[in-house]
Design a protein around this ligand. Structure first.
Ligand code: NDP
Length: 399
């Protein structure tokens, strides 16, 4: 019996829910819960009452509420597509009820803009003892980028040395300023100090201060900036031969100008301020006035290109490969009514869940994506809308 409970009904969840609904062979029964019941009901209407068997309002910050809901639904797996703040309460609820867990982003405390795996890795022994599994970061980056790295290490190298993950959105949504996934989480991520791994230690940079122009397949040359991204933490742990691991994301000039202005006037701060007799967090207020990422899909043109450059040794010789996917915003909109950033996250969440449910990726404990055989995941990417390409090339990065 493959009954799943999906928590969250935003941009990413919309894609996962619709994809799961079309695959009854993996997902026999789908239940959906989120903070705002009406969003769950709207998705249920779209997918059909026969596919989404039940919808619920839940506050996933409250582990007890989640555990009560799990007892009521009795799912085999909880797919967490709410926000990173809810990871730990949902994991607590899974532990209490003995149910498997999957998410797409690592835990982040609400009052500190800091994300790292330590909090979730600390659940490993307890998940093992309970005989249940947690799969962390089953989105695109993290997620597919981890699987690409594992695939390269398995099939193309004896040892991998240099990893550069590149994330380009070459699309145009026609808005002056908007983020492609939850604005609060997105802005917290990119305004942090940059960080990368080199020669056994983390090195820090000022936020968005290191730039390299990279030529992206089917898009062209785009300014790309070094950021810290969570998959670097697990990848350097699980591939200790890596001498350097970095993450790059593209930003246009207009986006950066808006961001600088918003930052300089304090609108990206997570420190509460007094406003008309109540405390508000400027970044939460900013989220309320920015376009909802889910609403960007209509009229969004262009493509994303996300991939991993990996340099290493095979049979005594050094080589570089690039594994990547192009995803077209308009094609995603036509298929599921979503833009490519939601799509590239929502589809891998569905694939990770499918592999857990059919027992292909199954072991007790808390795991990152690269700790499993990448081949079945790579095969399903090709089948479910995220085909990948692999080329041998010169590295665009200096050593
Ligand atoms: P959205 O803001 O669109 O959706 C989040 C959903 O979670 C909303 O439905 C929201 O409810 C719900 N939610 C928030 N708080 C609670 C709560 N306390 N209890 C129950 N439900 C809650 O975000 P996205 O869909 O853009 O992102 C979803 C996740 O995907 C995030 O964790 C994000 O970091 C991650 N992500 C991962 C990527 C990857 O490649 N790995 C890329 C992009 C995103 P409401 O509708 O009431 O606000």
């Amino acid at each position: 019996m493959s009954r799943v409970l999906i928590i969250g009904a935003g941009g990413v969840s919309t894609v996962t829910v619709k994809k799961c609904a079309r695959l009854p062979e993996f997902f026999a029964e789908i239940y959906l819960a989120s903070r705002t019941l009406s969003k769950c009901e709207a998705l249920q209407q779209e997918c059909g009452l026969d596919r989404i068997k039940g919808v619920f309002a839940v506050d996933a910050d409250d582990a007890k509420q989640v555990a009560d809901l799990i007892r009521k639904v009795e799912p085999k797996l909880v797919i967490n597509l709410a926000l990173p703040y809810q990871d730990l309460p949902i994991m607590d609820a899974c532990l209490e009820t003995g149910v498997d867990y999957l998410d797409t982003a690592n835990y982040e405390p609400k009052d500190v803009a800091k994300f790292e795996y330590s909090w979730q890795w600390a659940y490993h022994e307890r998940f093992q003892e309970k005989g249940i599994m947690a799969l962390l970061g089953s989105g695109f980056d993290p997620g597919v980028t981890n699987v690409y790295t594992a695939y390269a290490a398995k099939h193309h190298f004896d040892e991998i040395h240099y990893l550069d993950i590149v994330d380009c959105n070459g699309g145009d949504h026609g808005q002056a300023f908007a983020t492609n996934f939850n604005p609060e989480i997105n802005i917290r991520e990119i305004t942090q100090r940059g960080r990368y791994w080199e020669n056994g230690e983390w090195k820090e940079t000022d936020p968005i201060s290191v730039r390299q122009d990279i030529d992206y397949q089917n898009i062209g040359v785009r300014a790309s900036y070094l950021l810290f991204h969570e998959e670097l933490e697990s990848l350097v742990k699980h591939f200790p031969t890596l001498k350097r691991a970095r993450f790059w994301m593209t930003f246009g000039e207009a986006y950066l100008t808006h961001l600088r202005v918003l930052e300089s006037v304090g609108m990206t701060s997570i420190e509460p301020v007094e406003f008309q007799g109540q405390k508000i967090v400027p970044l939460e207020f900013l989220k309320a006035v920015l376009p909802n990422p889910g609403s960007l899909a209509e009229g969004y043109t262009g493509q994303t290109c996300i991939g991993t450059y990996i340099t290493g040794i095979k049979d005594g010789k050094e080589k570089t490969i690039f594994i990547y996917n192009n995803c077209d915003h308009a094609v995603c909109n036509a298929e599921v009514g979503a833009q490519a950033v939601s799509y590239t996250t929502g589809v891998p969440a569905m694939i990770g869940a499918a592999l857990m449910l059919n027992g292909t990726w199954k072991k007790a404990g808390v795991w990152n994506m690269e700790q499993f055989d990448p081949d079945p995941f790579m095969e399903l990417l090709n089948q479910h809308g995220l085909p990948w390409h692999l080329i041998e090339c010169d590295s665009p990065f200096a050593k």
